[in-house]
Each structure stands twice: as structure tokens, then as C-alpha cells.
Design a protein around this ligand. Structure first.
Ligand code: ZN
Length: 291
């Protein structure tokens, strides 16, 4: 069938700028001319963003203790923890662990409220360590590659577990590329050894896990990497919650998931991803509760 020619689409030049529009950002006189040196390089001493210490050598205990406080404060500000909730730790090159003291207001912590423990979680200065240290020790034992563990009780992620709704579905491309899916470990009593034991199979395959009726634990190559995953888990829970209010949430079809895993490979992302571990995307997507 022959289609009649449509009216030519007006070019951008043909549209007169509205009088009230803000002026263009690009200065035509400078278009394409270099600014400063190329390639651009960051200053030797990077600025601290939002008063948060983003750089710390792996054996600088004072800087790491400050980072722990910074991460805890950010988690408090984002309602991942309230009151004395949650704990954050990092592992030193000698295997020892720096961890938040128990019973302190986590949003207002200072570096002197960080305790050094041995690799088994025994305090080295006599101060009381959180009972949740077991979870941290288990994560470090399970994952020789991680330097930091963050644990909190984020509202939306925990609410999904209370409602028995899984977030282990292939719905958001960003999460598939980075973490795979977000599994939920079955309930076990907090502070007992059942809890870290139950976490191990999930941490073996991924960097983030929701603990049913309790909270979320994330591991990372440093404190901010682990914190970033905590943010992503809660953000995913919020998006999923919003989407479920609007209608049905459908997973990405397996070929689409496979493409994302290929992209992940191309990007050189090698964080633990529970979809990459030979389990097959469909297997995970199809299960109402992971695994
Ligand atoms: Zn907890």
C-alpha cells in the first residue's frame, strides 16, 4: 500500500525559542574548544563530599573508624536504622575486625565507639561487642574477598519480608547487572548461630540478602561499596512497592536477563551476582521465594 507523504517535521532551528525560556547552557562561541587540560585529572587531595570521609587506606584504623561512623550516620539519615539498630564493620589486613559498639545511638556515633575484635569477633579491649558480630564473622569467613559488612533494618525491604513477598525477581536491569536478584533468607532468631548459618548460602552467591522479619546484610570491597548495596536494596524495595500500588509487576523475560548478564561481562563487573553462578535466570525469576 502506498502511504501519502506526511508533512515534513519542523527542524529544531524552525522552532522559535520561547521568550521565557532559560538561556542555553552551551556557549556557542566556545563550542568544542578545550577547557583546561585533557584528559582531566582529579586534584591530588579530593574534596570530602557532604562531610563524609570517602578515602581510607585499608590499614588506617582511625580513618576506617571515621568511615564506619559516616556510613552509620548515612544509614540513620536514610531510615535504614533507628536508635541502637544495625552494625557496620570492616576487616583489616591482619584479619581483625573494626565494628560499631553495641548500645550506642548509631546516628550519632563517634570513632571512639568503634571496637577492634579478632577475626572470631572477640573484643580486644574488653568492651562489649554486639551479639550480631556472629553475622559479620560468618560473612568474612564465607567471603575472603570482602572488606566490609553493613547491617540495618530498612523499612521497605523488611516490610516485603513481613508480607512474604520476594524481591528475588528479575525486574530492574540495574540490579540484575550488579547484584543479580535480592534473595530473602528464611527467618531465624536474631543473635543466635542459626542466623549466620542461614545467611551463608546466600552470601556465597551474592552481596546482599534480606533476612526475613529482621533486616538486610550487604558485603563489599570497602565500607562505601557495602553501604551502596544497602541503599540499592532499599531503593529497589521502594520502587517495587510504588509499582505494586500502580499495578502488576512483571519480570524481564529470560532473554532480556541474559543480555543484561552479557552487558555485565562487557562492563567487567565481577561482584558476586547470584544470577551468574550457573543457576540460570529463569530458575530464580520463577521462584516465588528464593532459592
Ligand atoms: Zn539486626
Amino acid at each position: 500500500m502506498h502511504m501519502p507523504p506526511s508533512d515534513p517535521t519542523p527542524g529544531i532551528d524552525d522552532i522559535p525559542p520561547a521568550a521565557h525560556c532559560a538561556p542555553p547552557v552551551v556557549d556557542q562561541a566556545r563550542f568544542g574548544t578545550p577547557i583546561g587540560t585533557t584528559p582531566w585529572s582529579a586534584p591530588a587531595t579530593p574534596p570530602q563530599r557532604h562531610g563524609v570521609l570517602t578515602e581510607a587506606a585499608h590499614d588506617d584504623k582511625a580513618a576506617l573508624a571515621q568511615q564506619i561512623c559516616d556510613v552509620m550516620r548515612l544509614m540513620y539519615q536514610q531510615e535504614v536504622v533507628v536508635a541502637n539498630d544495625g552494625n557496620v564493620s570492616c576487616r583489616l589486613p591482619n584479619g581483625n575486625i573494626l565494628i560499631t559498639a553495641s548500645g550506642v545511638l548509631k546516628g550519632f556515633m563517634t570513632p571512639d565507639q568503634v571496637i577492634e575484635c579478632d577475626s572470631q569477633g572477640n573484643s580486644l579491649d574488653g568492651r562489649k561487642v554486639t551479639t550480631e558480630i556472629k553475622m559479620h564473622v560468618a560473612a568474612y569467613e564465607m567471603r575472603p574477598d570482602v572488606r566490609a559488612v553493613v547491617h540495618g533494618h530498612p523499612i521497605y525491604a523488611v516490610a516485603f519480608s513481613l508480607a512474604g513477598i520476594s524481591l528475588a525477581e528479575c525486574t530492574i536491569p540495574e540490579i540484575i547487572v550488579t547484584m543479580g536478584t535480592i534473595p530473602t533468607a528464611p527467618y531465624s532468631t536474631p543473635s543466635t548461630y542459626d542466623l549466620p548459618d542461614g545467611l551463608k548460602p546466600f552470601l556465597a552467591r551474592g552481596d546482599a540478602v534480606i533476612m526475613e522479619r529482621h533486616g538486610v546484610v550487604c558485603v563489599g570491597s570497602d565500607l562505601f561499596d557495602a553501604f551502596k548495596k544497602m541503599e540499592m536494596v532499599e531503593h529497589t524495595a521502594k520502587i517495587t512497592h510504588a509499582a505494586r500500588l500502580l499495578g502488576e509487576v512483571k519480570p524481564i523475560a529470560p532473554p532480556g536477563v541474559q543480555q543484561l548478564l552479557d552487558t555485565r561481562k562487557e562492563l567487567g563487573i565481577y561482584t558476586k551476582n547470584n544470577l551468574c553462578d550457573g543457576c540460570g535466570a529463569r530458575e530464580v525469576c520463577a521462584s516465588p521465594l528464593y532459592p
